[in-house]
Write a protein that binds this ligand. Structure first.
Ligand SMILES: [Zn+2]
Length: 169
């Protein structure tokens, strides 16, 4: 098809709500894992009262920022995107959310150290990496005024499974 008129018919329509708005003060960094996306977005909106945020989604969330053992492409992409949301949208705070039972943690730490990163060992790695990620971002992106870091733990309670969001200081 060359030179013809392209017909674009909408198959879905929703209210936009942001006409004339180009900035947000917050960016969220979370893992690509589909199991945690909806609850993490609800946590920002309802738990932290942050209604709108830019999104950077990379496997392992804090891991590529914190550990040079992560694949270089992940690390480069994550630092680049964090810099970009600041430049394009004026972001001044970043929220990083890790989750337990993370495949990226198993891929990077399981193979390197011969045992899977699970349970208490995985929890310790998340705490270390979230703190390191915060330091790395603060050093590289000096205009950031706030970086908050959280870990999701899935718990069984009252006959159901629930995602708990714990702040890592
Ligand atoms: Zn993950």
């Amino acid at each position: 098809m060359t030179g013809g008129t392209i017909v674009m018919a909408a198959i879905f329509t929703a209210p936009h709500g942001f006409t004339g708005v180009h900035g947000t003060d917050t960016a969220l960094i979370h893992c690509i894992d589909f199991r945690f996306v909806a609850n993490t977005h609800a946590f920002l909106r309802e738990g932290l009262k942050i209604p709108h945020f830019d999104l950077v989604s990379i496997a392992g969330a804090s891991l590529p920022l914190a550990d040079e053992g992560a694949p270089k492409e992940w690390r480069d992409a994550e630092f680049d995107l964090a810099g970009l949301v600041i430049k394009l949208h004026g972001v001044s705070q970043i929220v990083i959310v890790d989750h337990m039972d993370c495949g990226a943690y198993r891929a990077v730490y399981g193979s390197a150290q011969g045992e899977p990163a699970q349970g208490e060992r995985e929890e310790n790695l998340h705490c270390r990496n979230l703190r390191r990620a915060r330091e790395e971002l603060q050093q590289r992106l000096s205009t950031l005024r706030l970086i908050r870091t959280f870990l999701i733990r899935t718990v069984e309670r009252d006959g159901g499974s629930f995602d708990e969001f714990v702040e890592i200081e």
